[in-house]
Design a protein around this ligand. Structure first.
Ligand code: ZN
Ligand code: ZN
Length: 592
């Protein structure tokens, strides 16, 4: 394979090598150390954005919008050597002298350096996951900027477009023995990103851009589209054809890589194997609770029909009846829009957690370039640099599905479940958590958000709503909540079993559909997702388990002085850091 040298990477190296930290003073004053640490963080973030312009754009820092980090080996190794210099500087700080807030920033930065190295040298996703190469989101984020005039924006976009051919050339060089599933994902998502280019082309027509600027933009746009199409053709023809001779890499990462990835991504006090075992126990508890509720609901939904001997079959019959209460496929987005104000009111009436009414939440259909992961909804929150930008609640209506598949999907996201989905994604889940996170002055915590804390909070939020009687304490709502919580629990069992215990597709479908009461569409999507991601599915159960344990400890320690509103706001005030660190700080503060 030919080696390519890229201008972008070389220039970064020259800028960055000159960085040296001034933390060699002998002062014992902790205030001084914390001040120095603050300036270290500033330098670190500056370098981070210089080295990772696309990451910067995603976080709302727009100084590097006109360039893209070329994913070549040269650039990657240069990044790692600069990280090494920055990490050595980090280690000069004495952890004990840092404030709690800076301590957690220290841990997060340290984890970033260690995991970056591991991802590059050992995990090597850049080699086997072709879906890692996609420019759609970056261009869409820049195209939707409202802080600069259209012509200025188009000139930035034009410069950025000029890097796209080199970007995909490097991508092609990197790919070696990829997995089948990530190749398919890359093909679909890159096709979706063509839409972004088309809408940029449309906006050129409405602009007053003229002369060379306009000509250059059109040339760069055409070259970029050709590069994306070239990548799609490369994957479809070369890579997929090669699978016939050399079988694709297995999507299962195995126990050893799994524990390491769990360690870097989740940062839990538990190991992956430990949390898997706790999840197995929780599954049994949920089955028992669901059985009790279902026997209570039996006559209401099943009349005089005889009760099945198998308890799982009994629960399934009741769930099937309740699930018939669902919206139509073309009213999916509208139904979610209607639920949001009711959920908001419940949280405020019950004084559960602080919410800032000034921060807008926009419900929208998921843009096409983000489609394909198989999830029903997601949250796109503004980064730390544009705190008051819209938060998007992306929902994927089943309009592209056949009537039969759409019916299955809609039964899964029935009247009750759809509300739990919004509780999870929006309020008091991700939207509220990320809103609190953005109130924090620590940019480190905003940037290196811990997924287990973030997902754990959303899962915990569902439970908190049910505990407080959301849905008029209806047993139907409770049963559907247990089913939902069972899904989050099964996510952990499933992910671990597939990647570490070689669980077969048949066993996966059986676990999800029989023991998890999931509709076929849902189970099929999950089977897809568990092959596309690793460890991410653990975040839900791991995070919520740790938060609930903390709440118990906190309650015990405070006694009569405990209240839920304060606990929640306090917990969220630390930002998206691993729950184990929040626990340490919250409990330590009580002892002061
Ligand atoms: Zn139906
Ligand atoms: Zn979530």
């Amino acid at each position: 394979m030919k080696k390519l040298v890229y201008f972008a990477g070389m220039s970064c190296l020259i800028i960055l090598i000159s960085c040296n930290m001034n933390n060699n003073g002998n002062s014992n004053k902790n205030a001084d150390v914390n001040e120095k640490f603050a300036s270290y963080k500033e330098t670190f973030i500056d370098k981070l954005w210089q080295l990772n312009p696309s990451f910067a754009t995603e976080e709302g820092f727009h100084n590097y919008d006109s360039t893209i980090d070329i994913p070549s080996q040269e650039v990657m190794q240069q990044k790692l050597s600069i990280y090494k210099i920055l990490q050595d500087s980090l280690h000069k700080f004495e952890l004990q002298k840092l404030s709690d807030n800076n301590k957690t920033d220290f841990y997060l930065i340290e984890n970033f350096f260690n995991s970056s190295k591991w991802y590059a040298d050992t995990f090597k996703q850049w080699q086997w996951d072709p879906s890692g190469y996609n420019v759609g989101e970056g261009f869409d984020l820049i195209a939707s900027r409202k802080d600069i005039p259209l012509n200025e924006k188009l000139i930035i976009i034009s410069k950025r477009l000029a890097h796209v051919p080199a970007y995909f050339e490097a991508a092609r060089e990197n790919i070696s023995n990829p997995t089948d599933i990530h190749t398919d994902l890359a093909i679909n998502q890159n096709k979706g990103s063509i839409d972004v280019f088309n809408s940029i082309a449309d906006s050129v027509k409405t602009s007053t851009l003229a002369g060379d600027d306009k000509k250059n933009l059109q040339t760069n746009l055409n070259n970029a589209i050709a590069a994306v199409n070239g990548y799609i053709t490369f994957l479809t023809d070369t890579v997929k054809t090669d699978f016939k001779k050399n079988p694709p890499r297995s999507f299962r990462i195995g126990k050893e890589l799994y524990e390491r990835k769990f360690n870097y991504d989740i940062q839990s006090k538990y190991t992956a194997e430990e949390i898997y075992k706790i999840a197995e126990q929780h599954k049994n508890l949920l089955h028992q609770q669901m059985y009790e509720l279902s026997t209570k609901l039996w006559s209401k939904y099943m009349g005089n029909a005889p009760q099945p001997k198998d308890s799982l079959a009994l629960v399934q019959s009741v769930i099937d009846k309740i699930a018939l209460n669902h919206c139509k496929k073309d009213s999916f987005v509208a139904t979610i829009k209607r639920d949001i104000p009711n959920i908001t009111k419940f949280i405020n009436d019950h004084h559960l957690v602080y919410m800032d009414p000034k921060k807008p939440l926009v419900v929208r259909k998921t843009p096409d370039y983000m489609e394909g992961g198989g999830t029903g909804a997601s949250i796109n929150a503004p980064g730390p640099y544009d705190k008051y930008a819209n938060t998007f609640y992306n929902v994927s209506p089943p309009t592209h599905l056949s009537d039969a598949d759409a019916e299955s999907f809609l039964r899964e996201y029935n009247y009750y479940t759809l509300q739990i989905l919004s509780i999870h994604e929006a309020l008091p889940g991700h939207y509220v958590q990320l809103m609190h996170a953005n109130m924090q002055p620590s940019i480190i915590k905003n940037v290196f958000g811990n997924t287990a804390m973030v997902e754990g909070w959303a899962v915990y939020g569902e439970r908190m709503m049910i505990e407080n009687g959301y849905g008029d304490n209806a047993p139907e709502m409770q049963l559907m909540y247990y089913k939902w919580n069972l899904r989050e629990t099964l996510n952990t069992i499933l992910d671990y079993s597939v990647h570490c215990l070689n669980m077969s597709e048949g066993d996966v479908m059986n676990l999800l559909m029989k023991e998890g009461f999931q509709e076929k569409t849902e189970a099929t999507n999950k089977w897809k997702r568990v092959r596309q991601t690793q460890v991410q599915l653990d975040a839900y159960f791991t995070g919520s388990t740790e938060i609930l344990a903390l709440r118990e400890d906190y309650k015990k320690a405070l006694g009569d002085k405990y209240n839920l509103y304060d606990f929640n706001n306090k917990f969220l005030s630390y930002g998206s850091v691993p729950v184990k660190y929040i626990s340490q700080m919250m409990m330590a503060e009580l002892k002061k």
